[in-house]
Design a protein around this ligand. Structure first.
Ligand code: FES
Length: 170
């Protein structure tokens, strides 16, 4: 009886220790992820991400972080079809601004400059340069994050009339 009680106590203690170690490991892993995502110069306080797009050339893709989510910013070129329902106009030029998370099951698609597609390796989903689904299981286009335009500055995290107009058409 005493032996069993001691044994149970030992097992319970070991389980607790393992749980603490696992939790500590998780915190270390999360800290590592955060450190990887943190040093973006464009990230400012209050969940706002500001990105100056003035140096982007046609066809350039940037990936930034907004409230812990990756966001694609693609400056469209002449070979990418205009899409008034999705194009974010900055300084008279069309951009695709979309949360870089596949709307099927949440993988991160990759941009293929040659195919001009965002391709999701998980189940083969594809999105065109505007973020619209062209193939596979994704149920809808890539989501558009709240944004506001200020000159050549794209401010992610603030809503604008333009943002509401695009989302209403989605
Ligand atoms: S998660 Fe992208 S196609 Fe399934």
């Amino acid at each position: 009886m005493g032996f069993n009680a001691n044994r149970r106590g030992f097992i319970k203690g070991a389980g607790t220790a393992l749980g603490v170690a696992a939790a500590a490991g998780g915190v270390v892993a999360l800290y590592g992820m955060k450190r990887t995502w943190d040093p973006l110069p464009s990230v400012v306080a209050a969940g706002i991400t500001e990105v100056d797009v003035s140096r982007m050339d046609k066809g350039d893709l940037r990936r930034v972080e907004y409230r812990g989510n990756p966001v694609f910013i693609l400056k469209k070129d002449e070979d990418m079809a205009p899409n008034p329902a999705r194009d974010v106009m900055i300084n008279g030029e069309p951009y695709t601004v979309a949360i870089a998370i596949c709307t099927h099951l949440g993988c991160i698609p990759a941009w293929s400059p040659s195919a001009r597609l965002f391709q999701c390796a998980c189940h083969g989903g594809e999105f065109d340069a505007s973020g619209e689904v062209t193939f596979g299981p994704p149920p809808r286009a890539l989501d558009i994050p709240p944004f506001r335009i200020e000159g050549t500055l794209l401010v992610l995290g603030e809503e604008s009339e333009e943002y509401h107009r695009l989302v209403a058409q989605a």
